[in-house]
Design a protein around this ligand. Sequence first.
Ligand SMILES: *Cc1c(COP(=O)(O)O)cnc(C)c1O
Length: 380
Amino acid sequence: MKFNTKTIHGGQHNIDPAYGSVMPPIYQTSTYSQSTPGGHKGFEYSRSGNPTRAALENALASIENGEFGLAFGSGLAAIDAVMKLFKPGDEIISTNDLYGGSYRLFTKIFEGLGLKFHFIGMQDASKIEAYINEKTKLIWVETPTNPMMNIIDITACAKLAKTHKVLLAVDNTFATPYLQLPLDLGADIVMHSATKYLGGHSDVVMGSLVVKDKKLADRLYFIQNASGAVCGPQDSFLVLRGIKTLHIRMQRHCENGEKVANFLKSHPKVDKVYWPGFEDHPNYDIAKAQMKGFGGMISFTTSEKTLESAVKFVENLKVFTLAESLGGVESLAGHPASMTHASIPKEEREKIGVVDSLIRLSVGIEDEEDLIEDIKQALG
Ligand SMILES: *Cc1c(COP(=O)(O)O)cnc(C)c1O
């Protein structure tokens, strides 16, 4: 099956043996009757497994070209489960330009439990090797990065990971499997905040992991069940529905993203524009090689370079909504320094470019003319 067909049918067979419903029923149940102790029909208790969640987990595995999918109550719950694979003393190398909540989870929770993190720039993947030692267990990659839209070479990271027998995990939230397939490029774990493009309608918070290896899947399933950060059947249904239009939404996000990025680049009140589809983006060649398109996430700084100019811009927007999050059908604007990335110390975030005048746009699937008109008036 090819990708577009998979978003609709992937992993979905024998959905409803009772009545043949085309969509999986929402099994709003915590438990399942047994005819005799242990005599159940595949489900015992909904933390351990639920048919609606299972339908979603199969769909996730299918669209990421993996074997096993796991759905969680949020993206951070999914990352939390990955980190529980490790024990005190283990080391993790993470990109230094990452989702603020991931950084907070790593430094405020897991460092306290004895994991050691190295946060480094990964735009040049050869720089990673110097940080690998016998305690290293995982390389954590986010690409494109949030919010600086840097691109990390997944294939190069996978080669390093294989050579040194460490795991490679990729947060694929920004790209989605429509644009990039990390497992095909050699990653071991692909993670999503399904809250964003997979759900796609800003109506649910959810996370997911997909892997190919059975042993790794078993360990993660054990953690999912033992720690219990699962998502409910209603939310599973919503994301399953969202995935069915992922390919057409992403196509439009890419088209509108390109138009908005080019408009920003030509505007005198805009200083820098960060979008991997520009030929002068430092890792354009890697983006072109590992992604099918460049997406609808764009960051930029104002030419005034002040906090006030950025705040004024986001306050003036009428079609774009000032809000956290991304990846929905509606266009959103955010101010990373005070919103998504406020948990990263000012000094740390400015080192990677998250300055006070930086604005992040999640370009939606509205008419491009309306989006550009809105940006024009807000900059004016
Ligand atoms: C939102 C986000 C997360 C966290 O996901 P939640 O669903 O909010 O817990 C992780 N990584 C990236 C890139 C994100 O955008």
